[in-house]
Design a protein around this ligand. Structure first.
Ligand SMILES: [Zn+2]
Length: 209
């Protein structure tokens, strides 16, 4: 599984596809070997099923046997779809009488209520755990904030909090869980994934042009 890095695009999923923005992704130095000499090179793209037509730019370091990819901000990390789709599910639950009512409202035939419930609960569990951590990581803006999308939206005065939090938690993304952070799902914690993080600095790769 590639190491994911943030690709700050400011684009929606549709615009990213229309503009083929992965062509503009740049990773000038190997995150493992910033001084070079490792034959670090562009390594094509890989496809995400949704939004349809989404490609992700990829690089490979032969010396470190590591693949890197630049994940645009609108996409969920190590999870299908976009951050705003996931956020919409969680908000629907927050505004519904129950998780069951939200799952029923979100499901489309022929999806059963049981399957829709599982689908909703998976997203809800991930986002609630993330928001609880993020509130602690950002005391200046979120001290005492409830770990809900509605509360974080109000605090940040922002309609799309997961995308906004990709930016605000930038330095923590390698340690944070999906769908916001880039941590490998099987990574159990304990060891600090700092071998490349220290070289990435606070400035994410940006879209050029
Ligand atoms: Zn390298």
């Amino acid at each position: 599984m590639p190491v994911q890095l943030r690709f700050q695009t400011g684009l929606t999923g549709a615009d990213y596809v229309t503009r083929e923005a992965w062509r503009e992704a740049r990773l000038l130095r190997c995150p493992l070997h910033p001084r070079g000499g490792c034959r670090f090179a562009r390594h094509g793209t890989y496809e995400r099923k949704r939004p349809a037509g989404t490609l992700i730019a990829r690089w490979y370091c032969p010396q470190g046997h590591r693949t890197f990819s630049l994940l645009p901000d609108h996409l969920a990390a190590r999870f299908p779809g976009t951050l705003s789709e996931i956020e919409r599910v969680v908000v629907t639950v927050e505004q519904a009488k129950s998780v069951e009512a939200a799952a029923d409202a979100l499901r489309r035939d022929p999806v059963t209520l049981a399957n829709a419930l599982r689908w909703v609960r998976r997203r809800l569990r991930l986002v609630r755990a993330l928001l609880t951590i993020v509130v602690g990581l950002l005391p200046q803006s979120l001290l005492g904030c409830a770990p809900t999308v509605a509360a974080v939206r109000a605090r940040l005065a922002c309609p799309q909090v997961l995308v906004a939090l990709r930016e605000r938690t930038q330095v923590h993304l390698q340690a944070l869980a999906r769908p916001l952070g880039f941590r490998h799902p099987s990574y159990a914690g304990g060891e600090h994934p700092s071998d490349f993080q220290q070289h990435m600095g606070p400035d994410p790769p940006r879209r050029v042009g």
